[in-house]
Design a protein around this ligand. Structure first.
Ligand code: COD
Length: 299
């Protein structure tokens, strides 16, 4: 069981050094996060992109290129993504990381049926938060990939998050399916989906986890709030996974935790042949390094 995100670094150190293929590596913040992860001794990068631009950017990021492989590609970010994907497919890289390329462009390359990296039925985003106001890690899904998941998609999102927890030693994660209220209201689709997911878990159609909901977010993370509303549930106030209704809810919750809640997070895309690190500009330096460590720890 991992309680703090820095434990991911220790977990990653127990494995062989992971090779990270960076798609369109001409990005100072990405290179800085690689420097931090290299200092922890958990990864070795392969930078794909324009060599001159990478060399210039590396100077600003204080990255020592003598320890790094560069694959020169002058033909733009999408081509760099394709090359990075081919490294993974050949077994020459264990992790894929987004550089200076729009998220959608990288994900479309990953989803490409012929040359992509699909493995599970669905790819989805998981973000593990460490908050000063919560007693353990909290996994939020899906805040960044699946835009408006239907019920079937939510089943896959849930299973991917459960798999991510299992890889970190959280053996039977408690899943709170969150909505605006605790009762099932047919006019609020998220509440109907939550009730069905709970039922599927009871019927053992969803395994390796305990699912409850619909819960408002306070019920999911605060035992007193749950008691106040008379909710008796082993998930309430002790959730490991928060399954959000859609990308908007997830993204707002993600940013609110980081910018108002004093949280730090580490995130990856699950369901591909290897973990994919998609850091966003607004993620802190430490979050970016921890995301690389998360990918290395779970690979
Ligand atoms: N897993 C597996 N297959 C998928 C997934 C997925 N998550 N999403 C789509 N597919 C398959 C579809 O079944 C279809 O076969 C094919 O891929 C194309 O599907 P579309 O038409 O929905 O794909 P796109 O290219 O329009 O969109 C896919 C994206 C992942 C790019 C899109 O969902 C997206 O833009 N997501 C949000 C990314 C983002 O902006 N994140 C940043 C937020 S911080």
């Amino acid at each position: 069981m991992i309680l703090r995100l820095t434990e991911l670094i220790e977990k990653a150190k127990q494995k062989p050094t992971r090779r990270v293929a960076v798609a369109a590596a001409e990005d100072e913040m990405v290179l800085k996060s690689l420097v931090a992860a290299m200092q922890q001794g958990v990864i070795s990068p392969v930078l794909v992109g324009d060599k001159t631009a990478i060399e210039k950017t590396a100077k600003h990021a204080a990255l020592d290129l003598s320890r790094v492989e560069i694959i020169h590609n002058p033909d733009g970010a999408v081509e760099s993504a394709k090359i990075a994907l081919s490294l993974v497919k050949r077994g020459d890289a264990d992790i894929l990381m987004k550089g200076l390329i729009p998220t959608g462009d990288l994900l479309r390359a990953v989803l490409d049926k012929a040359n992509g990296l699909r493995k599970a039925a669905l790819l989805s985003h998981v973000a593990f938060f460490e908050s000063p106001y919560y007693h353990k890690l909290l996994c939020v899904t899906d805040a960044a990939m699946n835009i408006a998941p239907d019920f079937d998609t939510k089943v896959h999102i849930l299973n991917n998050a459960v798999e991510a927890c299992h890889k970190l030693g959280i053996t039977e994660p408690k899943v709170a399916v969150v909505a605006a209220v605790e009762i099932v209201n047919p006019k609020m689709e998220a509440t109907v989906h939550a009730a069905l997911l709970k039922e599927m878990n009871i019927k053992k159609q969803l395994q390796g986890c305990i699912v409850d909901g619909p819960f408002a977010i306070d019920i999911a993370v605060d035992k007193e709030a749950a008691a106040h509303k008379g909710i008796v549930s082993e998930v309430a106030g002790d959730s490991d996974i928060i399954l959000v209704p859609d990308i908007e809810a997830g993204n707002i919750f993600y940013k609110a935790l980081n910018f108002l809640g004093g949280a730090v997070c580490a995130a990856v895309i699950m369901g591909a042949a290897v973990p994919i690190v998609l850091t966003s500009r607004s993620d802190s330096e430490i979050s970016k390094m921890l995301s690389i460590s998360l990918a290395a720890a779970m690979d």
